[in-house]
Design a binder for this molecule. Structure first.
Ligand code: ADP
Ligand code: MG
Length: 444
Protein backbone atom coordinates (compact mmCIF):
# COMPACT_ATOMS: atom_id res chain seq x y z
CA UNK A 1 0.00 0.00 0.00
CA UNK A 2 2.80 2.36 0.80
CA UNK A 3 4.45 1.40 -2.49
CA UNK A 4 1.24 2.32 -4.26
CA UNK A 5 1.12 5.62 -2.41
CA UNK A 6 4.66 6.32 -3.58
CA UNK A 7 3.70 5.54 -7.17
CA UNK A 8 0.78 7.91 -6.91
CA UNK A 9 3.00 10.61 -5.49
CA UNK A 10 5.48 10.06 -8.25
CA UNK A 11 2.73 10.46 -10.82
CA UNK A 12 1.52 13.65 -9.21
CA UNK A 13 4.74 15.56 -8.71
CA UNK A 14 7.53 16.40 -11.10
CA UNK A 15 10.54 14.13 -11.19
CA UNK A 16 12.74 16.66 -9.48
CA UNK A 17 10.22 17.37 -6.73
CA UNK A 18 9.85 13.68 -6.10
CA UNK A 19 13.56 12.92 -6.17
CA UNK A 20 14.57 15.88 -4.06
CA UNK A 21 11.95 15.75 -1.34
CA UNK A 22 10.08 12.51 -1.25
CA UNK A 23 12.69 9.95 -2.20
CA UNK A 24 15.11 10.84 0.63
CA UNK A 25 12.44 9.91 3.20
CA UNK A 26 12.85 6.45 4.64
CA UNK A 27 9.84 4.67 6.02
CA UNK A 28 8.93 2.34 8.81
CA UNK A 29 5.53 0.72 8.72
CA UNK A 30 3.90 -0.28 11.98
CA UNK A 31 0.33 -1.51 12.31
CA UNK A 32 -0.92 0.16 9.19
CA UNK A 33 0.81 3.38 10.18
CA UNK A 34 3.63 4.85 8.18
CA UNK A 35 6.46 6.66 9.90
CA UNK A 36 8.47 8.74 7.49
CA UNK A 37 11.91 9.71 8.56
CA UNK A 38 13.52 12.80 7.10
CA UNK A 39 17.32 12.82 6.95
CA UNK A 40 17.56 16.36 8.26
CA UNK A 41 15.62 19.26 9.67
CA UNK A 42 15.56 21.11 6.38
CA UNK A 43 13.89 18.33 4.42
CA UNK A 44 11.54 17.72 7.31
CA UNK A 45 10.38 21.30 7.33
CA UNK A 46 10.05 21.52 3.58
CA UNK A 47 8.10 18.29 3.25
CA UNK A 48 5.90 19.27 6.14
CA UNK A 49 4.95 22.54 4.55
CA UNK A 50 4.47 21.47 0.97
CA UNK A 51 3.93 17.78 0.57
CA UNK A 52 2.86 16.23 3.80
CA UNK A 53 -0.83 16.88 3.56
CA UNK A 54 -1.01 15.28 0.16
CA UNK A 55 1.15 12.34 1.23
CA UNK A 56 -1.20 11.74 4.13
CA UNK A 57 -4.23 11.99 1.91
CA UNK A 58 -2.94 9.54 -0.68
CA UNK A 59 -1.87 7.11 2.02
CA UNK A 60 -5.36 7.17 3.46
CA UNK A 61 -6.82 6.56 0.04
CA UNK A 62 -4.70 3.42 0.04
CA UNK A 63 -6.27 2.39 3.33
CA UNK A 64 -3.32 3.26 5.55
CA UNK A 65 -4.29 4.72 8.90
CA UNK A 66 -1.97 7.62 9.26
CA UNK A 67 1.37 9.01 8.35
CA UNK A 68 3.81 10.44 10.81
CA UNK A 69 6.75 12.53 9.79
CA UNK A 70 9.84 12.78 11.93
CA UNK A 71 13.44 13.66 11.80
CA UNK A 72 16.21 11.09 11.87
CA UNK A 73 17.51 10.67 15.39
CA UNK A 74 20.78 12.39 16.26
CA UNK A 75 21.06 13.87 12.86
CA UNK A 76 21.33 17.36 14.20
CA UNK A 77 24.92 18.27 14.62
CA UNK A 78 25.17 20.10 17.86
CA UNK A 79 28.04 22.40 18.53
CA UNK A 80 30.20 21.34 21.47
CA UNK A 81 29.40 22.62 24.95
CA UNK A 82 25.73 22.91 24.29
CA UNK A 83 23.27 21.07 26.40
CA UNK A 84 22.61 17.48 25.38
CA UNK A 85 19.74 16.87 23.03
CA UNK A 86 16.43 16.25 24.74
CA UNK A 87 15.72 12.57 25.12
CA UNK A 88 14.54 11.07 21.91
CA UNK A 89 11.30 9.89 23.29
CA UNK A 90 9.95 13.31 24.05
CA UNK A 91 11.23 14.59 20.74
CA UNK A 92 9.32 11.78 19.17
CA UNK A 93 6.02 12.69 20.74
CA UNK A 94 6.60 16.27 19.85
CA UNK A 95 7.12 15.37 16.23
CA UNK A 96 4.05 13.22 16.26
CA UNK A 97 1.74 15.83 17.61
CA UNK A 98 3.08 18.66 15.55
CA UNK A 99 3.40 16.89 12.29
CA UNK A 100 0.25 14.92 11.83
CA UNK A 101 -2.08 17.02 9.73
CA UNK A 102 -5.09 17.69 11.86
CA UNK A 103 -8.59 16.79 10.67
CA UNK A 104 -9.25 20.38 9.69
CA UNK A 105 -6.30 20.41 7.30
CA UNK A 106 -7.24 17.07 5.87
CA UNK A 107 -10.72 18.33 5.08
CA UNK A 108 -9.29 20.65 2.38
CA UNK A 109 -11.61 23.37 3.59
CA UNK A 110 -10.85 27.03 3.24
CA UNK A 111 -11.13 28.24 6.82
CA UNK A 112 -12.14 31.75 5.80
CA UNK A 113 -15.59 30.67 4.63
CA UNK A 114 -18.02 30.77 7.51
CA UNK A 115 -21.62 31.66 8.30
CA UNK A 116 -20.71 34.95 9.93
CA UNK A 117 -19.22 36.41 6.79
CA UNK A 118 -21.98 35.04 4.55
CA UNK A 119 -24.38 37.92 4.03
CA UNK A 120 -27.96 36.72 3.97
CA UNK A 121 -30.85 38.07 1.98
CA UNK A 122 -33.89 36.91 0.08
CA UNK A 123 -31.70 35.34 -2.59
CA UNK A 124 -30.03 32.86 -0.26
CA UNK A 125 -32.24 32.77 2.85
CA UNK A 126 -33.57 29.30 2.26
CA UNK A 127 -30.23 27.83 1.33
CA UNK A 128 -28.62 29.40 4.37
CA UNK A 129 -31.31 28.14 6.75
CA UNK A 130 -30.99 24.62 5.36
CA UNK A 131 -27.21 24.82 5.64
CA UNK A 132 -27.44 25.81 9.30
CA UNK A 133 -29.75 22.90 10.01
CA UNK A 134 -27.40 20.48 8.32
CA UNK A 135 -24.48 21.87 10.33
CA UNK A 136 -26.44 21.36 13.55
CA UNK A 137 -27.68 17.92 12.64
CA UNK A 138 -25.36 16.32 10.11
CA UNK A 139 -26.74 13.17 8.55
CA UNK A 140 -30.16 13.77 10.03
CA UNK A 141 -31.64 17.03 8.80
CA UNK A 142 -31.48 16.68 5.03
CA UNK A 143 -29.44 14.12 3.21
CA UNK A 144 -28.16 15.01 0.73
CA UNK A 145 -28.31 18.77 0.81
CA UNK A 146 -28.28 19.85 -2.81
CA UNK A 147 -27.48 23.53 -3.42
CA UNK A 148 -27.76 24.91 -6.92
CA UNK A 149 -27.36 28.28 -8.58
CA UNK A 150 -25.31 30.26 -11.09
CA UNK A 151 -21.62 31.03 -10.83
CA UNK A 152 -20.32 33.33 -8.15
CA UNK A 153 -23.47 33.27 -6.05
CA UNK A 154 -21.91 31.73 -2.95
CA UNK A 155 -22.45 27.97 -3.27
CA UNK A 156 -18.89 27.07 -2.41
CA UNK A 157 -18.79 29.60 0.41
CA UNK A 158 -21.98 28.26 1.93
CA UNK A 159 -21.10 24.58 1.88
CA UNK A 160 -17.61 25.22 3.19
CA UNK A 161 -19.22 27.17 6.01
CA UNK A 162 -21.13 24.00 6.88
CA UNK A 163 -17.93 21.96 6.87
CA UNK A 164 -16.06 24.44 9.02
CA UNK A 165 -18.95 24.67 11.42
CA UNK A 166 -19.17 20.89 11.80
CA UNK A 167 -15.44 20.68 12.42
CA UNK A 168 -15.69 23.37 15.05
CA UNK A 169 -18.34 21.40 16.88
CA UNK A 170 -16.56 18.12 16.42
CA UNK A 171 -12.86 18.51 15.61
CA UNK A 172 -12.44 14.77 15.08
CA UNK A 173 -15.08 14.50 12.37
CA UNK A 174 -13.85 13.05 9.09
CA UNK A 175 -14.78 15.85 6.76
CA UNK A 176 -13.81 16.17 3.16
CA UNK A 177 -14.46 18.95 0.68
CA UNK A 178 -13.66 18.10 -2.92
CA UNK A 179 -14.29 19.78 -6.21
CA UNK A 180 -15.88 17.35 -8.61
CA UNK A 181 -13.11 17.74 -11.17
CA UNK A 182 -10.65 16.58 -8.54
CA UNK A 183 -12.91 13.67 -7.69
CA UNK A 184 -12.95 12.66 -11.34
CA UNK A 185 -9.17 12.66 -11.44
CA UNK A 186 -9.06 10.58 -8.25
CA UNK A 187 -11.26 8.03 -10.01
CA UNK A 188 -8.93 8.05 -12.99
CA UNK A 189 -5.98 7.45 -10.72
CA UNK A 190 -7.73 4.61 -8.93
CA UNK A 191 -8.33 3.15 -12.37
CA UNK A 192 -4.70 3.42 -13.40
CA UNK A 193 -3.44 1.88 -10.20
CA UNK A 194 -6.29 -0.58 -9.77
CA UNK A 195 -6.82 0.82 -6.32
CA UNK A 196 -10.59 1.12 -6.16
CA UNK A 197 -10.66 -0.80 -2.89
CA UNK A 198 -8.70 1.82 -1.07
CA UNK A 199 -10.59 4.56 -2.86
CA UNK A 200 -13.78 3.13 -1.44
CA UNK A 201 -12.24 2.62 1.95
CA UNK A 202 -11.49 6.32 2.08
CA UNK A 203 -14.66 7.81 0.63
CA UNK A 204 -17.10 5.42 2.23
CA UNK A 205 -15.95 6.12 5.76
CA UNK A 206 -16.22 9.90 5.84
CA UNK A 207 -18.59 11.69 8.20
CA UNK A 208 -19.20 14.50 5.76
CA UNK A 209 -18.53 14.52 2.03
CA UNK A 210 -18.94 17.75 0.07
CA UNK A 211 -18.86 17.56 -3.71
CA UNK A 212 -18.68 20.93 -5.40
CA UNK A 213 -19.96 21.65 -8.94
CA UNK A 214 -21.23 18.14 -9.61
CA UNK A 215 -22.21 19.09 -13.16
CA UNK A 216 -18.64 18.04 -14.05
CA UNK A 217 -19.68 14.42 -13.49
CA UNK A 218 -21.79 14.72 -16.65
CA UNK A 219 -21.00 11.86 -19.06
CA UNK A 220 -18.27 10.49 -16.78
CA UNK A 221 -19.83 7.08 -16.34
CA UNK A 222 -17.22 5.47 -14.15
CA UNK A 223 -17.08 8.46 -11.83
CA UNK A 224 -20.85 8.41 -11.53
CA UNK A 225 -20.79 4.73 -10.70
CA UNK A 226 -18.18 5.20 -7.97
CA UNK A 227 -20.07 8.15 -6.60
CA UNK A 228 -23.26 6.11 -6.61
CA UNK A 229 -21.60 3.55 -4.32
CA UNK A 230 -20.18 6.24 -2.09
CA UNK A 231 -23.55 7.95 -1.91
CA UNK A 232 -25.34 4.79 -0.88
CA UNK A 233 -22.73 3.81 1.67
CA UNK A 234 -22.74 7.24 3.29
CA UNK A 235 -26.48 7.81 3.33
CA UNK A 236 -27.14 4.34 4.71
CA UNK A 237 -24.84 4.99 7.63
CA UNK A 238 -26.33 8.47 8.18
CA UNK A 239 -23.24 10.35 7.11
CA UNK A 240 -23.87 13.71 5.54
CA UNK A 241 -23.50 14.46 1.83
CA UNK A 242 -23.59 17.97 0.43
CA UNK A 243 -23.63 18.68 -3.27
CA UNK A 244 -23.52 21.87 -5.31
CA UNK A 245 -24.38 22.28 -8.95
CA UNK A 246 -24.92 25.02 -11.49
CA UNK A 247 -28.37 23.69 -12.34
CA UNK A 248 -31.39 21.89 -11.00
CA UNK A 249 -30.73 18.12 -10.70
CA UNK A 250 -33.03 17.13 -13.58
CA UNK A 251 -31.27 19.54 -15.90
CA UNK A 252 -27.73 18.23 -15.44
CA UNK A 253 -26.71 16.80 -18.76
CA UNK A 254 -25.21 13.34 -18.98
CA UNK A 255 -26.15 12.32 -15.43
CA UNK A 256 -27.55 8.88 -14.66
CA UNK A 257 -31.22 8.89 -13.66
CA UNK A 258 -30.52 6.86 -10.51
CA UNK A 259 -28.17 9.59 -9.29
CA UNK A 260 -30.55 12.37 -10.23
CA UNK A 261 -33.30 10.72 -8.27
CA UNK A 262 -31.00 10.34 -5.26
CA UNK A 263 -30.08 14.00 -5.39
CA UNK A 264 -33.71 14.68 -4.57
CA UNK A 265 -33.81 12.45 -1.47
CA UNK A 266 -32.90 15.25 0.89
CA UNK A 267 -33.46 18.90 0.21
CA UNK A 268 -32.80 20.81 -2.99
CA UNK A 269 -32.36 24.56 -2.52
CA UNK A 270 -31.49 27.36 -4.89
CA UNK A 271 -29.27 30.37 -4.44
CA UNK A 272 -30.58 33.22 -6.58
CA UNK A 273 -28.73 36.29 -7.78
CA UNK A 274 -28.82 38.94 -5.03
CA UNK A 275 -31.12 41.93 -5.41
CA UNK A 276 -29.84 45.49 -5.20
CA UNK A 277 -30.04 46.00 -1.43
CA UNK A 278 -28.31 42.71 -0.78
CA UNK A 279 -25.55 43.60 -3.20
CA UNK A 280 -25.06 46.84 -1.31
CA UNK A 281 -24.97 44.96 1.99
CA UNK A 282 -22.37 42.55 0.63
CA UNK A 283 -20.17 45.41 -0.57
CA UNK A 284 -20.38 47.19 2.75
CA UNK A 285 -19.62 44.02 4.67
CA UNK A 286 -16.60 43.22 2.48
CA UNK A 287 -15.31 46.77 2.85
CA UNK A 288 -15.74 46.68 6.62
CA UNK A 289 -13.77 43.50 6.87
CA UNK A 290 -10.84 45.21 5.15
CA UNK A 291 -11.33 48.39 7.19
CA UNK A 292 -12.14 50.35 4.05
CA UNK A 293 -14.44 53.32 4.28
CA UNK A 294 -17.15 52.85 1.69
CA UNK A 295 -19.95 55.34 1.61
CA UNK A 296 -23.41 54.03 0.93
CA UNK A 297 -23.72 56.15 -2.22
CA UNK A 298 -20.63 54.47 -3.66
CA UNK A 299 -21.84 51.03 -2.65
CA UNK A 300 -25.14 51.78 -4.40
CA UNK A 301 -23.31 52.99 -7.48
CA UNK A 302 -21.26 49.79 -7.74
CA UNK A 303 -24.21 47.55 -6.90
CA UNK A 304 -26.42 49.21 -9.48
CA UNK A 305 -23.95 48.55 -12.23
CA UNK A 306 -22.60 45.13 -11.26
CA UNK A 307 -25.58 42.86 -11.24
CA UNK A 308 -24.43 39.45 -12.31
CA UNK A 309 -22.98 37.84 -9.18
CA UNK A 310 -21.11 38.25 -5.93
CA UNK A 311 -17.73 37.34 -7.35
CA UNK A 312 -17.96 40.15 -9.90
CA UNK A 313 -19.08 42.45 -7.13
CA UNK A 314 -15.98 41.61 -5.11
CA UNK A 315 -13.82 42.14 -8.18
CA UNK A 316 -15.38 45.54 -8.83
CA UNK A 317 -14.85 46.60 -5.21
CA UNK A 318 -11.19 45.58 -5.43
CA UNK A 319 -10.76 47.68 -8.55
CA UNK A 320 -12.41 50.68 -6.99
CA UNK A 321 -10.24 50.41 -3.88
CA UNK A 322 -7.04 49.87 -5.83
CA UNK A 323 -7.78 52.77 -8.13
CA UNK A 324 -8.38 55.20 -5.26
CA UNK A 325 -5.26 53.99 -3.42
CA UNK A 326 -3.15 54.38 -6.50
CA UNK A 327 -4.32 57.93 -7.05
CA UNK A 328 -4.18 58.66 -3.37
CA UNK A 329 -7.81 59.74 -3.39
CA UNK A 330 -10.69 58.80 -1.18
CA UNK A 331 -13.29 56.49 -2.66
CA UNK A 332 -16.12 58.42 -4.28
CA UNK A 333 -18.73 57.83 -6.93
CA UNK A 334 -16.53 59.73 -9.36
CA UNK A 335 -13.45 57.64 -8.69
CA UNK A 336 -15.56 54.47 -8.74
CA UNK A 337 -16.95 55.38 -12.13
CA UNK A 338 -13.43 55.95 -13.44
CA UNK A 339 -12.18 52.69 -11.96
CA UNK A 340 -15.01 50.70 -13.52
CA UNK A 341 -15.01 52.50 -16.85
CA UNK A 342 -14.19 49.42 -18.90
CA UNK A 343 -16.74 47.25 -17.16
CA UNK A 344 -19.44 49.86 -17.56
CA UNK A 345 -18.69 50.41 -21.25
CA UNK A 346 -18.86 46.70 -21.84
CA UNK A 347 -22.22 46.48 -20.13
CA UNK A 348 -23.42 49.41 -22.11
CA UNK A 349 -22.70 47.59 -25.33
CA UNK A 350 -24.50 44.54 -24.12
CA UNK A 351 -27.78 46.32 -23.60
CA UNK A 352 -27.67 48.57 -26.59
CA UNK A 353 -30.35 47.05 -28.80
CA UNK A 354 -32.86 49.70 -27.71
CA UNK A 355 -30.12 52.20 -28.19
CA UNK A 356 -29.54 50.97 -31.73
CA UNK A 357 -33.23 51.18 -32.54
CA UNK A 358 -33.47 54.70 -31.20
CA UNK A 359 -30.30 55.90 -32.89
CA UNK A 360 -31.32 54.46 -36.25
CA UNK A 361 -34.85 55.86 -35.97
CA UNK A 362 -33.48 59.33 -35.17
CA UNK A 363 -31.03 59.08 -38.03
CA UNK A 364 -33.73 58.30 -40.57
CA UNK A 365 -36.25 60.57 -38.85
CA UNK A 366 -38.81 57.88 -38.27
CA UNK A 367 -40.53 56.83 -35.05
CA UNK A 368 -38.93 54.20 -32.78
CA UNK A 369 -42.24 52.35 -32.82
CA UNK A 370 -41.78 51.83 -36.55
CA UNK A 371 -38.92 49.50 -35.66
CA UNK A 372 -41.46 47.05 -34.22
CA UNK A 373 -44.39 47.74 -36.54
CA UNK A 374 -45.55 45.42 -39.27
CA UNK A 375 -45.61 48.16 -41.91
CA UNK A 376 -43.49 47.25 -44.88
CA UNK A 377 -43.16 50.48 -46.82
CA UNK A 378 -39.67 50.97 -48.16
CA UNK A 379 -38.96 54.12 -46.10
CA UNK A 380 -39.56 52.05 -42.93
CA UNK A 381 -38.32 48.65 -44.03
CA UNK A 382 -34.83 49.78 -44.96
CA UNK A 383 -34.07 51.57 -41.64
CA UNK A 384 -35.44 48.54 -39.82
CA UNK A 385 -33.13 46.26 -41.77
CA UNK A 386 -30.27 48.62 -41.04
CA UNK A 387 -31.01 48.46 -37.31
CA UNK A 388 -31.15 44.66 -37.39
CA UNK A 389 -27.86 44.42 -39.25
CA UNK A 390 -26.25 46.81 -36.76
CA UNK A 391 -27.66 44.81 -33.86
CA UNK A 392 -26.08 41.68 -35.29
CA UNK A 393 -22.79 43.50 -35.80
CA UNK A 394 -22.57 45.25 -32.44
CA UNK A 395 -24.32 43.08 -29.88
CA UNK A 396 -23.73 39.43 -29.09
CA UNK A 397 -27.42 38.63 -29.49
CA UNK A 398 -28.53 35.71 -31.61
CA UNK A 399 -30.70 36.10 -34.71
CA UNK A 400 -33.87 34.88 -32.93
CA UNK A 401 -33.17 37.29 -30.02
CA UNK A 402 -32.82 40.17 -32.42
CA UNK A 403 -35.99 39.17 -34.24
CA UNK A 404 -37.75 39.11 -30.90
CA UNK A 405 -36.65 42.68 -30.14
CA UNK A 406 -38.02 43.84 -33.47
CA UNK A 407 -41.67 43.15 -32.81
CA UNK A 408 -41.37 39.38 -32.71
CA UNK A 409 -39.98 38.82 -36.18
CA UNK A 410 -38.63 35.50 -37.36
CA UNK A 411 -34.88 34.86 -37.35
CA UNK A 412 -34.92 34.37 -41.12
CA UNK A 413 -36.16 37.94 -41.45
CA UNK A 414 -33.16 39.11 -39.46
CA UNK A 415 -30.83 37.01 -41.55
CA UNK A 416 -32.33 38.41 -44.70
CA UNK A 417 -31.90 41.96 -43.37
CA UNK A 418 -28.23 41.37 -42.57
CA UNK A 419 -27.57 40.00 -46.04
CA UNK A 420 -29.48 42.77 -47.73
CA UNK A 421 -27.54 45.51 -45.92
CA UNK A 422 -24.26 43.79 -46.59
CA UNK A 423 -25.10 43.54 -50.26
CA UNK A 424 -26.20 47.20 -50.44
CA UNK A 425 -23.05 48.34 -48.69
CA UNK A 426 -21.19 46.87 -51.63
CA UNK A 427 -23.39 48.38 -54.35
CA UNK A 428 -25.00 51.50 -52.96
CA UNK A 429 -22.96 54.42 -51.65
CA UNK A 430 -25.75 55.95 -49.58
CA UNK A 431 -26.34 52.73 -47.68
CA UNK A 432 -22.64 52.31 -47.15
CA UNK A 433 -22.33 55.87 -45.80
CA UNK A 434 -25.35 55.41 -43.51
CA UNK A 435 -24.01 52.15 -42.17
CA UNK A 436 -20.62 53.59 -41.38
CA UNK A 437 -22.04 56.74 -39.84
CA UNK A 438 -24.42 54.79 -37.61
CA UNK A 439 -21.71 52.38 -36.61
CA UNK A 440 -19.48 55.18 -35.45
CA UNK A 441 -22.27 56.99 -33.61
CA UNK A 442 -23.11 53.81 -31.74
CA UNK A 443 -19.56 52.82 -30.96
CA UNK A 444 -18.42 56.32 -30.12
P1 ADP B 1 -20.02 29.82 -6.38
O1 ADP B 1 -19.40 28.65 -5.71
O2 ADP B 1 -21.51 29.81 -6.30
O3 ADP B 1 -19.54 30.03 -7.78
P2 ADP B 1 -18.53 31.27 -4.40
O4 ADP B 1 -18.98 30.59 -3.17
O5 ADP B 1 -17.18 30.92 -4.89
O6 ADP B 1 -19.60 31.12 -5.56
O7 ADP B 1 -18.64 32.85 -4.15
C1 ADP B 1 -17.91 33.79 -4.91
C2 ADP B 1 -17.37 34.85 -3.99
O8 ADP B 1 -18.44 35.63 -3.49
C3 ADP B 1 -16.65 34.29 -2.78
O9 ADP B 1 -15.54 35.09 -2.50
C4 ADP B 1 -17.67 34.36 -1.67
O10 ADP B 1 -17.06 34.54 -0.42
C5 ADP B 1 -18.47 35.58 -2.07
N1 ADP B 1 -19.88 35.49 -1.66
C6 ADP B 1 -20.87 34.85 -2.30
N2 ADP B 1 -22.04 34.97 -1.67
C7 ADP B 1 -21.79 35.70 -0.57
C8 ADP B 1 -22.59 36.18 0.51
N3 ADP B 1 -23.90 35.93 0.58
N4 ADP B 1 -21.98 36.92 1.46
C9 ADP B 1 -20.67 37.19 1.40
N5 ADP B 1 -19.86 36.78 0.42
C10 ADP B 1 -20.39 36.04 -0.56
MG1 MG C 1 -18.04 27.30 -6.47
Amino acid sequence: RWQQTLLNLQAEYTESQFNTWIKPLSEVIENNQVILIAPNRFILQWVKERYFQRIDELAREQGLDSVILQQKENSTILPENTSPPPDTHSQDTLARTVLQPNPAERSQLNRTFNFDNFVSGKANQLARAAALQVAENPGKAYNPLFVYGGVGLGKTHLIQAIGNNILERNPQAKVRYIHSEKYVSDVVRAYQHKSFDSFKQYYHTLDLLMIDDIQFFGNKTRTQEEFFFAFNALVESHRQIIITCDSFPKEISGMEPRLISRFGWGLTVAIEPPELEMRVAILISKAQKESIILEESVAFFIAKHIRSNVRELEGALKRVVAYARFRNESISVISAREALKDVLALQHRQISIENIQKTVADYYKIKVSDMFSKKRTRNLARPRQMAMALAKEITSLSLPDIGESFGGRDHTTVLHACRKIQELCGSDQTTQRDFEALNSILNG
